[in-house]
Design a protein around this ligand. Structure first.
Ligand SMILES: [Ca+2]
Length: 161
């Protein structure tokens, strides 16, 4: 047992291992903060000229959405506009019934509404939306404190040697 190298004098490998462990801990800290609030998923679809979708989040996040519509052999749907929380994101989507539109915007905690408006020709539009939480400043600060701690520990070790 006395032959076991001392971690402080054996040099590189031990330090690399501890640095890796600390960096992993910091990364897990960031991941944990991001996963504390669950993402919200939903589908967007409808056949009428104005379709309302309501969702609620209890955190500040980013709303991502995509929509598509097609008119094939006179049957389908033509999207005209997409309105989120009263704000028109796009009006008169390409004057073609074949639309593909995606969007991303920040949302605050609370209830949100997505309106899709267009003309139906016996078909429907379809799409999805996702809200993912934005990491909170306190969580980021905590992770940064961890990283500063790693740097500090390494600095102190260098001084000792
Ligand atoms: Ca269109």
């Amino acid at each position: 047992m006395r032959d076991e190298p001392h971690p402080n004098t054996s040099g590189g490998p031990a330090m690399k291992r501890s640095l890796f462990a600390l960096a992993t801990a910091a990364a897990l800290c960031v991941a944990g903060a991001a996963h504390a609030a669950e993402p919200v998923y939903g589908t967007l679809s409808g056949t009428s000229k104005s379709v309302k979708t309501v969702f609620e989040v209890d955190y500040a996040g980013t709303l991502y959405g995509n929509l598509s519509s097609y008119l094939i052999d006179g049957v389908g749907y033509d999207i005209f506009s997409v309105v989120v929380d009263g704000v028109t994101l796009v009006d008169e989507l390409p004057a073609s019934p074949n639309d593909f539109y995606s969007f991303a915007l920040p949302v605050l905690p609370g209830e949100h509404t997505i309106w899709v408006k267009g003309a139906s020709f016996g078909g429907q539009f379809s799409g999805t939306y996702t809200v993912t939480p934005v990491p909170e400043p306190e969580s980021l600060a905590l992770a940064m404190t961890g990283l500063v701690g790693v740097a500090g520990a390494l600095g102190r070790r260098r001084l000792k040697r």
